[in-house]
Design a protein around this ligand. Structure first.
Ligand code: HEM
Length: 512
C-alpha cells in the first residue's frame, strides 16, 4: 500500500516536472516573443524579474541587461523592456488606439473610484481636461504666493535648526513639498514644516509604493487573493492605514469642495470648481464634470504624485552638487550673482529664458542620473500588435521604457554614469564637451511622454527652481562625511520610489 502511494507521488512529480520543463522550453524557444534577445532564464519565467523587484534591484538589473543585450530586451515571458527614443514615442505617444496601462501595475483605490492615474481612456480624458485648469500657466502664476510661503518657512526653519548641528535635508525637502501639495490639493497644509515632523499620511506613502510593487508580483501569478496576508511579505497593515488616510483625505476635500471656488486662495479646487460652475451654470453634466468621489480620490493621488517626486529630486540634486564641488561652486555663483536680494527670486524671474542655464542643467542632470520615477511604467500592446524599435510585438504583451536603464545607458549618453551638467547647455556653449554633442537627449523623459505624461510638470519645475535657488542663495552647505552619507545614492533600493536614507548636511547661513 505504502509502495503504491509513493510510486503514485513519484509519477505525479515526474508528470509535473515534464509539464513545467515543456512550459519553460516553450517560453524560451516557441513563444511569440522568442525573437527578442535576453537571458534565457528571464524568458522562461517571471521569477528572476520578481526576485529583483522584491529586493529593490530591478531597475539597476535591467540597466545591466540592456548593456548586455541591446536596446530591446525580453525581461519576462510576456514583457519587453526598451531604452530608445523611438520606443518612448511608439509606446507612450499620442496614438489612434492607446496602449493602456498594464492592469497588473495599478494601485486599487479603497473606494474603487477611478482617478487620473488609473482611469480608462474616456474617464481619463474627462478628468485630465478639468484638472488641467488647475495646472495652466495662469494658475501657476496665481499660485506663486503659496509656493513662496513654504519656501520661506523652509528657509527659516533650516536657519534655526542648523545652529544646533547637521540637518537631514531629505526630511526638510519632504516636509516642504508635502505642505505645499497639501495646501493645493486639500485646501490645507499638512503642517510638517511647523511641526518638524511628518504625519502618518506622509509616512504611509512609502509603504503604499511598496504595496504597489508587491501587488504587481501577486497579480502576475494570479495570487492577488493573498493580499490580506501581505503583511507576511512586506510592510504590515498597509491596506488599513491607506483606508484610514483615504478617510481623512475625503473629509478634508469634502470640506474644501463645500466652500466652492475661493478667490482669495487659488488651490487646485478653485480652478476645477470654478470651471464647472462657469460652464454649466451649476448643472452637472456627467460628461464634463467630476463627481465628488472622483475629486476625493484625485486629491489623494495628486498629493502622492506631486510631493514625493519633487522631494526626491531636490534631495538627489543637493547630494550630487555637494559631491561635485566644481558644479556646486558654479551654480552657487550663478544664483547669487543673478539676484540682488532673496525677494527677487521668483518663479517668473527664474524661468526667464537664459537667466540661470546652469541651475537648469544641474536639475536635468540630477534627474538623469537619479530619476525620481526610476521604474518602468508598463503598457499593454493593443489587439493587432505593434512594431516597436523595428520588431513586431503581438497584442496583449507588456512593454515599457525603464527610466533608470534608459538614462544611464552609454548608448544614449556619453559617460552616462558621470555627473556632467554641461551636457544640458546650449550646443554652442564652450563649456559643452564634444562628446556630449552625441547625447540622445530626446530619450530623457523624467515626466513621461504623451497624453498620460505628468500634468504637474510646470508646477514641479517651478517648485524645483524656486526651492533650490532660495536654498543655495541663503546657505553654504556641506555634506557630513559619514560612510552612509557619502554612499547615499549608490545603496538605495527602489520600490516604486527610492528608499531614501537621511541626507545629513551642515548649513551655514550666508552673511550679507
Ligand atoms: C520632479 C517631479 C515630478 C516628476 C519626475 C513626475 C513624473 C511623473 C510621471 C513619470 C508621470 C506618469 C505616471 C504614469 O504614467 O503612471 C506623472 C504623472 C502625473 N503627475 Fe507628475 N511628476 C512630478 C511632479 C508632479 C507634481 C508637482 C504634480 C502635481 C502637483 C504632479 C502630478 C501628476 C499627475 C496628476 C499625473 C497623472 C497625469 C495623467 O495621468 O494624466 N506631478 N508624473
Amino acid at each position: 500500500m505504502a509502495w503504491h502511494t509513493s510510486s503514485g507521488i513519484n509519477t505525479a512529480f515526474s508528470v509535473g516536472a515534464v509539464i513545467v520543463c515543456a512550459y519553460l522550453v516553450r517560453n524560451i524557444y516557441f513563444h511569440a516573443l522568442s525573437n527578442h534577445p535576453g537571458p534565457k532564464l528571464w524568458a522562461a519565467t517571471r521569477l528572476p524579474w520578481c526576485w529583483n523587484q522584491y529586493w529593490g534591484n530591478l531597475s539597476r538589473r535591467l540597466k545591466e541587461l540592456h548593456d548586455q543585450y541591446g536596446p530591446a530586451v525580453r525581461v519576462a515571458p510576456d514583457e519587453i523592456s526598451y531604452i530608445s527614443a523611438s520606443a518612448w514615442k511608439t509606446i507612450y505617444g499620442q496614438r489612434p488606439v492607446e496602449m493602456p496601462k498594464d492592469p497588473n501595475f495599478s494601485l486599487l483605490t479603497p473606494s474603487g473610484v477611478q482617478n487620473i492615474l488609473t482611469a480608462d481612456r474616456e474617464t481619463h480624458t474627462r478628468q485630465r481636461r478639468l484638472l488641467s485648469h488647475a495646472f495652466s500657466e495662469k494658475a501657476l502664476r496665481e499660485q506663486e504666493s503659496i509656493l513662496q510661503t513654504y519656501c520661506t518657512k523652509l528657509c527659516s526653519q533650516l536657519e534655526d535648526r542648523c545652529r544646533s548641528g547637521p540637518v537631514d535635508l531629505f526630511d526638510w525637502f519632504t516636509f516642504s513639498t508635502f505642505d505645499l501639495i497639501g495646501d493645493l490639493a486639500f485646501g490645507q497644509s499638512f503642517g510638517c514644516l511647523d511641526a518638524g515632523a511628518a504625519p502618518p499620511f506622509v509616512q504611509s506613502i512609502k509603504t503604499g509604493s511598496r504595496e504597489l510593487m508587491l501587488n504587481q508580483m501577486l497579480r502576475y501569478y494570479g495570487l492577488l487573493f493573498l493580499r490580506p496576508v501581505m503583511g507576511l511579505l512586506g510592510p504590515r497593515n498597509v491596506a488599513g492605514s491607506r483606508a484610514a488616510n483615504m478617510g481623512r483625505a475625503v473629509a478634508t476635500v469634502r470640506e474644501r469642495v463645500a466652500r466652492g471656488p475661493t478667490a482669495d486662495r487659488k488651490d487646485f479646487w478653485h480652478y476645477v470648481l470654478g470651471h464647472i460652475a462657469d460652464n454649466e451654470g451649476g448643472v452637472r453634466d456627467a460628461k464634463t464634470t467630476m463627481t465628488e468621489p472622483e475629486m476625493y480620490t484625485n486629491a489623494f493621488s495628486i498629493s502622492i504624485a506631486g510631493s514625493e517626486s519633487t522631494a526626491t529630486t531636490l534631495t538627489g540634486t543637493t547630494f550630487l552638487l555637494l559631491r561635485h564641488p566644481d558644479a556646486y561652486r558654479r551654480v552657487v555663483e550663478e544664483v547669487r550673482s543673478a539676484f540682488a536680494s532673496e525677494s527677487d527670486i521668483t518663479s517668473k524671474s527664474l524661468s526667464a529664458a537664459g537667466k540661470l542655464p546652469f541651475l537648469e542643467a544641474v536639475l536635468n542632470e540630477s534627474m538623469r542620473l537619479y530619476p525620481p520615477v526610476a521604474i518602468t511604467l508598463p503598457r499593454r500592446v493593443p489587439t493587432g500588435g505593434e512594431t516597436i524599435d523595428g520588431r513586431f510585438v503581438p497584442g496583449g504583451y507588456t512593454v515599457g521604457v525603464n527610466h533608470l536603464a534608459c538614462y544611464r545607458s552609454e548608448v544614449n549618453f556619453a559617460e552616462a554614469s558621470a555627473f556632467r551638467p554641461e551636457r544640458w547647455l546650449d550646443l554652442d556653449n564652450p563649456r559643452r564637451d564634444d562628446n556630449d554633442k552625441g547625447d540622445k537627449t530626446e530619450c530623457f523623459k523624467p515626466f513621461s511622454h504623451g497624453p498620460r505624461s505628468c500634468l504637474g510638470k510646470n508646477l514641479a519645475w517651478a517648485e524645483l527652481r524656486l526651492i533650490l535657488a532660495r536654498f543655495l542663495w541663503r546657505f553654504d552647505a556641506q555634506l557630513v562625511e559619514s560612510e552612509a552619507n557619502l554612499q547615499w545614492l549608490d545603496k538605495q533600493k527602489l520600490w516604486g520610489f527610492w528608499d531614501k536614507p537621511p541626507l545629513l548636511c551642515r548649513l551655514v547661513p550666508v552673511r550679507r
